[in-house]
Design a protein around this ligand. Sequence first.
Ligand SMILES: Nc1ncnc2c1ncn2[C@@H]1O[C@H](COP(=O)(O)OP(=O)(O)O)[C@@H](O)[C@H]1O
Ligand code: SF4
Ligand SMILES: [Mg+2]
Length: 324
Amino acid sequence: MGKPILSTYELRKLFPVEGRILNKSSKYVHALDKVNLDIMPCTTFGLLGESGCGKSTYAQLVTRLIEPTSGTIEFKETDISNMNKRELRERKIHCQIQMVFQNPADVLSPRKTIEFLLKEPLKINKLYENEKEISSKVEELLNKVNLRPELLTRFPHQLSGGQQQRICIARALSLNPDFIVLDEPTSALDVSVQAKILNLLMDLQKEESLTYLLITHDIRVAEYICTDIAVMYLGEIVEIVKAEDFRNSARHPYSKLLIESSFAENELSNREAESAGELPSPINLPKGCRFRSRCPESIPICSDIHPDLINLPDGTKCRCHRVK
Ligand SMILES: Nc1ncnc2c1ncn2[C@@H]1O[C@H](COP(=O)(O)OP(=O)(O)O)[C@@H](O)[C@H]1O
Ligand code: SF4
Ligand SMILES: [Mg+2]
């Protein structure tokens, strides 16, 4: 086994709760709690969990868009957790680690042409000598994401959601990254377009030897594209399993709930799945197991003792008193 391209150790992010409390030692949102993950090169590592569990916080930490409260982020065996903006730029870390967001419309300035938007990162990062090289790179990028050159003169609103996301993927690729964080890259798109974008991402991964961190609340997306799946609940990893074994090997009661609700396709059963509860507050964390309030399998120890994430003989990891 080679070395991970990205590792986090005990990575933590607390957001202070503003308002109401005036003194300094106010309350905190425990968005991410001591997350240890190793992501191997050229794999797609999935982070799966419902809205509010801390997925985007993890994405923003590893791309260094926000500062960690504590813990370490290692990229290619270099500690990047405390690098400032200048160091990240000088060492080209900000080029090597790229991100694709859920809503292309939030990223693509509405008043700029597609040509401008594709050239912008190349110019800012001074990757090419002259205008001719930049233009040929733009042509190559459009080709990679299967878009026609006619689109260059258009504005973002004149493109479909799928085409806009292809532009965002092209912009990420333009800086020759090794690692791309995909934060719900297909959640804002029509179902018919989702698979096309996922297939494009998989093709690009092979062609460019990319590593992906894919963030999703959709178990089917995770199973379709990922190599490994880590399930998150209330800021913690509760299980890590190979994606191909997920339905058969996942043992954590929360993973099992996610699997069950993914079978619930009609509206009525979706509502039933939702009634299984909501995420408790990440401000006042429950004592014991964080999943206790929704767990159909809880036992007395679950109210008192917070379970550790333990390694199981089959190579999976699980955080549950009942799984040993
Ligand atoms: N900038 C912020 N300030 C305060 N709380 C935040 C901030 N960003 C996220 N949170 C909180 O942290 C938790 C995790 O959020 P997030 O990482 O966005 O979850 P996800 O991406 O899984 O939906 C949520 O409770 C959210 O409200
Ligand atoms: S530790 Fe207890 S409450 Fe938590 S998931 Fe396991 S059985 Fe459920
Ligand atoms: Mg999110």
